[in-house]
Structures are given as structure tokens and as C-alpha cells.
Design a protein around this ligand. Structure first.
Ligand SMILES: [Zn+2]
Length: 286
């Protein structure tokens, strides 16, 4: 298998993992991993519709809104962490705000919240909750900045050009403002142990796979300080969602059907999971 050029730092990259029919390359320079641009389906952004959040795509979420109470608790933890970092003001923008559950959690605690989101159904639902959400691509959307905090949860790995997105965020920040992102960390012990079975390895939806040092390089390229504040925060996950993920990973038909049945029958409850393989990161303009 030939090597590829890293789209982030231009260093050579070698084949690292293979999942579904996608080859994932690991860069020898910045140590981030990626799928090649020519392997990304042209209509990738079309999957971010209602189906993505309702289990009809065998990716994304089995039933995102059914998990609303536990997702809101996860987001409330993140709002508290952001508050401890000391933003200069209350204006907050979330990029990829989905159904607005983070925005609701932040609004409940007094933040002046705004969102930008691709999926029309999500935008409509957010507006019914009284949220100010612009529909469109963050890099092109008309947004009334500046903002004191810009947040992106589980978004950066989906982007075709993460550096351009972070650079746009930097332009929209107030002095003293900062960006917060959350993504997986492929260099952690749990991710290495699971190898190809790491749940976060999800091509072609996830185009990039970062490590902490690799992410710091990406932030530097976008004009941020490489001095990141990082927190390994866990999250509550419903048993329904866990079964959905296990069904997707199950090798055999019987195991897969068992997990699918458990997921579809609406198994109740949740677990707080923290394998240390995620990173919640805050960065300030450099
Ligand atoms: Zn690289």
C-alpha cells in the first residue's frame, strides 16, 4: 500500500488501520491520522440529516433525542468546566449544535448562546426551543461575532479542513476568548488496545484522528497557542447506545442480532464511561 501526504502538515504518512473499505493513514510528522481526500465520498455532508440522529444510517446515534436527559447532564459537566476557565464574557457559539442540547445546558446557566448547524431538522428543532441557530457551513455562514467562547463537540474529526475551521473560529473570538473542542485521542492506551475496534474509528464520517501533540500542531497552524488545556472527561452513555455500537462492531451475525435487538427494544439505563481516550481541549489565540 503506497504512502500518502498528510493534508495537515504535508509530511509522508503510512497505512495505519483499515476499517470498512477505508485505509487510514498515520502521519510521520504531526502524528495525526486521516483518510485521504480522494477516498471521502462527495456526498458525505448529506448524511448529517435526521437519519444520522435516529439510527437509520448505522452510524451516528440510535435515537439521539431519547437520550436527551443524559446528554444534557454530560453537557452540563462541560459547561461547568468552561466556566472554570474564565471567559471574558457570556457570548457563546457552538459549531455543529445538533439539536441544541449543549446550548440549552449553557443557556440554563446564564450564557448568551448561539449555534450554527448543517442539518435542517436540527435547526428547526433548536428554533422551537427558542435557540438562535444559523443553518449552514460554519466557514461560510453569516455569524454575528465576536464570541467569548466557541465550542465544537465531536465535530473536528468530521471536517474536511480542520485548520480552516479553527482559523475562522479564531477570527470570531473576542480578546481573551477561547475555543473548546472535544474529540478522541488515538494515542491513548485504550485506543491502542482496541486497535481497529476502537469505537471512534469511524470512516468515512470521521476523516481525521488526532493525538494530543498532533492537535497542538493543528491549533498552531490556525493561529492558536500550542499550550492547550486538556481534560479527560468521561460521559454517560445509554445502554441502548452501547448496544447499538456493539452491534456495529460485532463480528458474527448472531452477536450482532442480539445487540441490535437489545438496542431496538429500548433497554433502559446508562453507564458513566471514561476510558481516558477522549480529550476536552481549550485553546486561546497565540
Ligand atoms: Zn501531518
Amino acid at each position: 500500500m503506497p504512502s500518502a501526504e498528510c493534508p495537515l502538515c504535508r509530511a509522508p504518512a503510512d497505512p495505519w488501520r483499515r476499517k470498512r473499505r477505508f485505509e487510514i493513514y498515520l502521519c510521520s510528522g504531526c502524528r495525526n491520522a486521516f483518510i485521504r481526500d480522494e477516498d471521502v465520498p462527495d456526498d458525505l455532508e448529506d448524511i448529517y440529516s435526521k437519519d444520522y440522529f435516529e439510527g437509520n444510517e448505522h452510524t451516528g446515534y440510535p435515537d439521539y433525542l431519547a437520550d436527551r436527559p443524559i446528554i444534557e447532564r454530560n453537557f452540563a459537566d462541560r459547561v461547568e468546566w468552561i466556566e472554570r476557565l474564565g471567559a471574558p464574557g457570556p457570548r457563546l457559539l457552538e459549531v455543529g449544535s445538533a439539536y441544541g442540547l449543549f446550548l440549552c445546558a449553557a443557556r440554563d446557566r446564564g450564557w448568551d448562546v448561539h449555534g450554527v448547524e448543517l442539518a435542517a431538522d436540527c435547526v428547526d428543532a433548536s428554533r422551537r426551543d427558542g435557540l438562535d441557530v444559523v443553518r449552514g457551513d460554519f466557514n461560510a455562514a453569516e455569524l454575528e461575532g465576536p464570541f467569548d467562547v466557541i465550542a465544537m463537540f465531536d465535530v473536528i474529526e468530521h471536517l474536511r479542513d480542520p485548520v480552516a475551521c479553527l482559523a475562522r473560529a479564531r477570527e470570531l473570538l473576542t480578546p481573551g476568548g477561547f475555543i473548546v473542542i472535544e474529540t478522541g485521542d488515538h494515542a491513548t492506551p485504550w485506543a491502542r488496545l482496541l486497535g481497529n475496534h476502537w469505537y471512534f474509528l469511524d470512516p468515512p464520517q470521521h476523516l481525521f484522528y488526532f493525538s494530543r501533540t498532533g492537535l497542538s500542531e493543528v491549533f498552531s497552524q490556525a493561529g492558536f497557542s500550542s499550550d492547550l488545556r486538556v481534560r479527560r472527561m468521561g460521559r454517560r452513555v445509554s445502554l441502548k447506545n452501547i448496544c447499538f455500537k456493539l452491534a456495529a462492531a460485532a463480528p458474527s451475525g448472531a452477536a450482532r442480532r442480539a445487540f441490535e435487538n437489545a438496542s431496538m427494544r429500548g433497554i433502559g439505563g446508562h453507564l458513566y464511561l471514561n476510558f481516558g481516550d477522549g480529550m476536552l481541549v481549550a485553546a486561546s489565540p497565540g
